[in-house]
Design a protein around this ligand. Structure first.
Ligand code: ATP
Length: 199
């Protein structure tokens, strides 16, 4: 089974594009959602996070994403430490999820696919791009946040050219882009990849 990574900056439309591939039958693994779930599901992660960041990350024994985010937002070392705790578990979780899938290819969606090194486990990688103004407008509308808040999140991520340099495929998701046709063509390509591997 082929593993196709899917990434892109905030508001580029990764999750929207993932839904298009899902509609064509591709199983989707959403690394960000699974990472969030693992804070609660994995006792090992809970113990390690509490030891490194303090018990207030789990007030009343429930994971508090906002408290966790506040601890790593302006602290690169803390963020690196957190990623070092979370990523091995996400990797393991993905492997066990993969065993249950039966399709020519699966999509592994992650905002920090390259930054976390997860692209190394993918056969090919798609990065989704959109104009900066468009991305800001989308996230302001979706999350009810200010332009400054979107820009401050954006500034912490890789740029589109940095992601494109590492990706196998780029999907441009601007208002008038022919996104569905592009996704369909890529779908055909991924199915052929798997067929070619059988010969
Ligand atoms: P994040 O990294 O913040 O999770 P994302 O890259 O996964 O973002 P989406 O959540 O897919 O992005 O899209 C952001 C918002 O923009 C959503 O509200 C989505 O409905 C909207 N959107 C995505 N693509 C388009 C498009 N081509 N035209 C109009 N709106 C779009």
């Amino acid at each position: 089974m082929k593993i196709i990574g899917l990434t892109g900056g905030i508001g580029s439309g990764k999750s929207t594009i993932a839904r298009v591939f899902r509609s064509m039958g591709a199983p989707i693994y959403t690394a960000d959602d699974r990472a969030k779930a693992l804070y609660t599901e994995s006792q090992d992660l809970k113990t390690a996070v509490t030891a490194r960041f303090g018990a207030d990350v789990y007030p009343n024994d429930h994971f508090a994403p906002a408290v966790m985010a506040s601890k790593v937002f302006q602290d690169e070392k803390a963020l690196a430490d957190l990623n070092a705790l979370v990523h091995p578990l996400v990797k393991e979780d993905f492997s066990s999820w993969l065993k249950d899938q039966n399709a020519p290819y699966v999509i592994r969606e992650a905002a920090i696919l390259f930054e976390s090194g997860s692209h190394l486990d993918c056969h090919e990688v798609i990065t989704v791009e959109a104009n900066e103004d468009e991305r800001i407008r989308r996230v302001m509308k979706r999350d009810g946040v200010s332009e400054e808040q979107v820009r401050s999140r954006m500034d912490k991520q890789w740029s589109d050219p940095e992601r494109a340099a590492m990706a196998t495929h780029v999907i441009v998701n601007n208002p008038r882009s022919l996104v569905l046709k592009r996704c369909y063509d890529l779908h055909e390509h991924f199915v052929e990849l798997r067929e070619a591997a059988k010969v």
